[in-house]
Design a protein around this ligand. Sequence first.
Ligand code: R5P
Length: 296
Amino acid sequence: MAEAVVLPGPASEDLGRSVAEKLDLPLLAADFRIFPDGESKFTISDKVSGKNVFLVQSTHHPVDQHLFQLLLASHQLSEEGAKVTAVVPYLAYARQDKQFLPGESVTLGIVAHLMRSAGVRRMVTVDIHSAEGLALFSFPIYSVSAIPSLVEYVKEQVAPRAPVVISPDFGGSKRTEAFAALYGAPFLQLAKTRDRVSGEVTVAGSKLEVEGKDVLIVDDIISTGGTMRAAAETVMSQGARRAIAVCVHGLFMGNALDMLERASVKTVICTNTVPGKINQVDVSDAIASHLRTIEE
Ligand code: R5P
């Protein structure tokens, strides 16, 4: 790849370095600073004119700070003549991809607009929440799937007994169905609903074929853990042997992990799009190979 460099942002130091290693690309020298009052500043010390810069920055908590760092860096790199590809392993605001209630902002559309204004030419993310979200971007955006890597990990390291794969809701069912198909396991779907005002999650009761089985509950995001907990309680109350939570983006806000443990979730598996203690599946290969493809 000619004249390409990688800049790992503060939210994705390790993943950014790993992507650079996989692509055999140099790292860019830059400084991201946060002042005591919370202001951000970005300084680039290398020459970037004419180069492709892969700016790797997830946008997990603190969401707006990480997003703003990405915008600042992209803007300055573009000003100095670089062509910026934003690599955003976890794309925040992707769940706000439409108006659910009158008067709500379609925040993902605003994020898309800000990125474009800040000079982002194209973006690579991992398992965007919904395909509809892609349409809000007016520059090329690619969603790489971590599902094959998650399937491989679960098969080799967790090795559940004749598992059943479950999607907690309709929204994520395509992704979970793909997991089940790759795994070669039966797929079932729960009917989760979320109260759009209180945020409370409920799962409608229907009889599921889970008695004595290991159940893999597969979702894109675990944030508060409410969705996963409701799904785990449903399958355990119907006689499942084990509930195993699998997700791409593990945000694990507040006491999410304790809550899952209390809901009898035996194991939680997720990728490293969001750095943390639970990061069994590495997405750097999937990202690097996609970047290689779009460069070529
Ligand atoms: C929602 O549609 C998503 O796919 C996840 O199910 C949801 O965002 C998880 O959030 P929480 O862990 O807070 O229930």
